[in-house]
Design a protein. Sequence first.
Length: 339
Amino acid sequence: MDMMTTTNSLKDQLIDRFGRRVNYLRISVTDRCDFRCVYCMEEEMTFVPRAQLLTLEELALIGQAFTELGVRKIRITGGEPLVRRDVDKLLRNLGRLPGLVELVMTTNASQLEKMAPALRAAGVKRINISLDSLDPERFRRITRVGDLDRVLRGIEAARQTGFGRIKLNSVILKNRNHDEVADLVRFAISKDLDITFIEEMPLGHNDDHDRAEVYYSSDRIRSDLEQVFTLIPTTENTGGPAKYFRMPDTDTRIGFISPHSHNFCGDCNRVRLTCEGRLLLCLGQEHSVDLRHVVRAYPGDMEKLKQAIHEAMEIKPEGHEFDLQAKPLIFRHMNATGG
Ligand code: SAM
Ligand code: SF4
């Protein structure tokens, strides 16, 4: 390889100060949601005024800049991405980007029954669906307003639509749903889905519970599951922080995302774009760059945008510093973060 090629290829990649290659972008297309999950939002929330949101065209432009800088996977999330009007238009535009290998989405499934085919047609390859309980009352208590039946119909619609492997995400809280982990795994097996258990992260003020009190570690979940299932550790990796286990006689994989008990920052390959255009360099830190300013100050100037993204790598922090005992250091809630 000659010098010129080396310089060019480095310019077209995103590498931070710690040598980590960023090839994964998560885009929060809205901070709004039709649910109010107790770990994610407060009951009363103020949302970003519509005028401050990135337009669908600006979102697509930023997605394009990232793919030209070597990003291969984009996840559309929120808030609830399916409550953003015309989100399928954005998906179609992103789905056509050369260089993008995977367009994926995280959703609460409340709108999936009607929207699953449009998402698939737009090029969404895989989806993650949040599901914390199989008991309608509990489900409502955790989501504050959600209708379990509707979500189950959404999951069924997604299964029929032909996405790649669907994964459930379950945030586990002590004395809320920790006793359901085996049932959730049984459900995943019966529907041929993967499932990941997530430790609650301290983002934003929580008006529902004391986060230290409801903490239920991945190790405890794993040991509860081992009373019922045989878990075989694997080195499989879906490009994220989850550690995976398999079980005999089923394709279902069980993952654990453990921001408290097993820090995963050393392998971080991602950045997040908020719906107002803030590029967040770390889930658990405030370091960010205002890309909305760049796209509005220099309309259509792809080089300026790419330069701003490139420079942002210089401030990507080494990792998060979550502390369940302390007051949250991060004031933004998960819905505004793009979890
Ligand atoms: N509304 C969609 C959903 O619920 O799937 C997408 C956005 S939601 C913020 C993305 C994921 O973040 C969900 O799986 C949710 O369970 C998770 N999440 C929300 N707040 C969290 C928190 N404080 N700690 C850990 N995970 C959280
Ligand atoms: Fe909405 Fe998802 Fe947050 Fe629940 S976790 S309130 S569904 S954004």
